[in-house]
Design a protein around this ligand. Structure first.
Ligand SMILES: Nc1ncnc2c1ncn2[C@@H]1O[C@H](COP(=O)(O)OP(=O)(O)OP(=O)(O)O)[C@@H](O)[C@H]1O
Ligand SMILES: [Mg+2]
Length: 178
């Protein structure tokens, strides 16, 4: 859910490349979620207050919860959320969880998240990497090259993606409740 929220921020920031990494480091008992985009970025002023729920560029309501909720989720496990951003260049969030902490949320259905993001944003490229003792890479740029002009939203392509993601992610992390 947090990944989807943060990726939506990147989509709103007009990114055309969104890089998502989920890394489990068992030795350091750490789960890292890194989301990087090449969107419009944030001014220093915005960046300084982005962890406050009263910071938003939404016009529909006066608070934004994506980043504050993600921050709280990390901090519940003794971890932290780092945000770096450069106007005109993009934004990078690094979420750090204590992997074995009882309050660490499960990884959830990352395959479904990535599939939805791909389907909803055919003009944006997504690179996803999963790492534990093995690794898995999903790169829509590579996929589009292989497709040789066939749109990524073609039914045959869309029916291939979920299984590909699910298999790769399960290979690295095991089942959904990891
Ligand atoms: N990747 C990003 N690039 C540029 N600006 C960003 C990015 N992520 C967040 N922001 C800025 O920070 C604000 C707060 O983000 P946050 O996700 O916390 O709330 P929101 O997106 O405004 O609302 P919600 O997530 O609740 O729908 C955004 O409105 C936007 O101005
Ligand atoms: Mg948001």
């Amino acid at each position: 859910m947090h990944i989807l929220d943060i990726a939506e921020n990147a989509v709103s920031a007009k990114a055309d490349l969104i890089n998502i990494s989920v890394i489990v480091d068992e030795k350091r008992d750490e789960l890292l979620v890194i989301i990087e985009d090449n969107g419009i970025g944030m001014s220093k002023d915005l960046l300084d207050k982005v962890k406050s729920p009263f910071t938003t560029s939404r016009t529909t309501r006066e608070f934004g919860l994506g980043i504050p909720l993600f921050t709280a989720s990390c901090e519940n496990t003794g971890g932290s959320l780092d945000v770096i951003s450069e106007p005109g260049l993009g934004t990078k969030l690094t979420a750090r969880y204590q992997y074995s902490h009882i309050d660490r949320p499960p990884l959830g259905d990352i395959a479904e998240t990535l599939y939805s993001l791909t389907l909803m944003n055919p003009g944006i490229d997504f690179v996803f990497s999963a790492r534990k003792s093995e690794s898995f890479l999903y790169d829509t740029r590579e996929l589009k090259t292989t497709l040789d002009g066939l749109p990524i939203t073609h039914p045959e392509v869309l029916s291939f993606i979920p299984g590909f993601l699910q298999e790769g992610i399960t290979q690295v992390f095991g089942g959904n409740d990891t």
